[in-house]
Unconditional design. Structure first.
Length: 463
């Protein structure tokens, strides 16, 4: 394999921007800006935290300044103090090195969790040395940033030689996402808690955190039919037992006996007969992930706030974590998925402007796990361009019986897209939700507005 300077530089930059392996990392899909300056600071802090404890890292800059001052002024009173500190530092390292832990470690991590819901980690530690392991601190890097440590692993203060112990810890994800968990690390703080003497095991664990949502108590369909038994995925009745009402596109799982061959030959696609009591409940969800609009303002503070909001929506600061509008949309979509798949209604489309997910070849509907896995990694589209839905996504949505449209903004382009879907299939039932308050274009009838804070705080239970 040939290695050119460009390839070496690209790999080095990718390694730098990925971040230190000792801390949990959120896997951001798509192309997003990653700051080299922030990455360098993260690597520096991670390196210091790997060698020293956090209090020592905080006072380390002051100690270095005092050491520099005493080296240039030998008669200064601080010289004796610095010599004492250096002696404590060396003693701590030597005693800690004598009891340096050598551990066999295992971490049992759940494959999936839900944001704002605690989950349990289980650890198994075995001391390979005859000397005891003292004052162990276990997997502290996993509890930084993306996770809140509810309960730390209570490792015994003394793990005897050749001994084994099992402990648990409880963490709570702060936000949804796909996370690459760090290498498993156990550090000894013996004797004075200055140096860390660590034993590690490389890990490739990935944790999928589903979005937080409040289950819906009621989900009504357009026209007031609701999720009633008459429309929950009924199977077609035999001919002669139900009145013929028309034809529709063929879906996976439809009986070949109901194919209307004459209409299929004219259209070039399979068409099946539909009866008045036949509603298979093929539904889909479309989530608007287009970037937020930049609002013009002559007020410099308001202009700066608008710019920061737009940058956050593009994921340039934190992968969209602070984008409340998108998080509310994802939470609402997850609640609809949970409600639909709790009944016999089929979910066959889960889409965004440039992403489309459909069931696998051997399935007639998306599973709840697959749909929530997809929603866990949804990000804002970084392309600053007018709102547009891909043609294949439009075609799939227009072939459904029911489509839930979740909009995070509203303008003429979105209005045109909705009218286009209605024009493609007059029988398509649209349930449209708009998150937010102020929009430059009149939304018109048929669109339900929802408050972002109400969705995020779980106050929306009926749709």
């Amino acid at each position: 394999m040939r290695f050119s300077p460009v390839i070496i530089y690209q790999r080095a930059m990718n390694f730098l921007l990925t971040g230190p392996p000792g801390f949990g990392q959120r896997i951001v899909t798509g192309k997003h800006y990653r700051s080299p300056s922030v990455a360098l600071v993260a690597w520096f802090l991670a390196g210091c935290a790997r060698v020293f404890t956090i209090p020592v890292v905080c006072i380390l800059p002051v100690s270095l300044l005092l050491l520099l001052h005493s080296s240039f002024l030998p008669e200064a009173p601080l010289r004796q103090l610095m010599l004492i500190m250096m002696a404590i530092l060396v003693t701590d390292w030597l005693l800690g090195a004598l009891f340096w832990p050598r551990l066999e470690m295992q971490r049992n991590l759940p494959a999936r969790a839900q944001a704002k819901v605690p989950f349990t980690l289980r650890y198994t530690l075995r001391n390979r040395r005859w000397l005891p392991a003292l004052r162990l601190e276990l997997d502290e890097g996993l509890g930084w940033g993306w996770f809140k440590r509810v309960a730390s692993a209570q490792v015994p203060c003394l793990l005897r030689g050749q001994g084994e112990v099992q402990v648990t810890a409880t963490l709570m994800p702060r936000t949804r996402g796909h996370y690459r968990c760090p290498s498993l690390l156990a550090s000894s703080l013996f004797p004075f808690g200055i140096w860390k003497h660590s034993s590690s095991r490389r890990s490739h664990d990935v944790l999928i955190v589903h979005p937080a949502f409040t289950p819906l108590e009621q989900l009504e369909l357009p026209g007031g039919s609701g999720m009633s038994q008459a429309r929950r995925g009924k199977m077609p009745k035999e001919r002669g037992q139900a009145e013929f009402s028309g034809c529709r596109d063929y879906h996976d799982g439809d009986s070949p006996r109901h194919i209307h061959w004459a209409s299929s030959a004219r259209r070039g696609d399979l068409v099946v007969k539909e009866y008045k009591d036949d509603f298979r409940g093929h539904s889909g969800i479309f989530l608007d992930t287009a970037p937020l609009r930049l609002q013009r303002s002559l007020n410099p503070w308001r202009w700066l706030k608008n710019q920061l909001t737009a940058v956050s929506s593009l994921g340039l600061l934190s992968g969209g974590e602070t984008d409340k509008t998108l998080e509310a949309g994802v939470s609402l979509a997850a609640a609809i998925v949970h409600r639909l798949l709790s009944t016999e209604t089929s979910l066959v489309v889960l889409a965004s402007p440039h992403h489309l997910q459909t069931p696998q070849d051997n399935q007639t509907s998306l599973t709840r796990q697959d749909a929530l896995d997809t929603l866990a990694k949804v990000e804002r589209d970084v392309r600053r361009q007018p709102f547009q839905i891909a043609e294949e996504t439009k075609r799939r949505l227009a072939s459904l019986d029911l489509a839930f449209i979740i909009l995070t903004d509203f303008d003429a382009k979105r209005q045109e897209a909705i009218e286009d879907l209605r024009h493609r299939n007059r029988r398509l039932q649209l349930k449209i939700f708009l998150l937010g308050e102020k929009f430059p274009v009149n939304t018109g009838p048929g669109i339900q507005r929802l408050n972002i804070d109400d969705v995020l705080q779980g106050r929306v239970t009926r749709l």
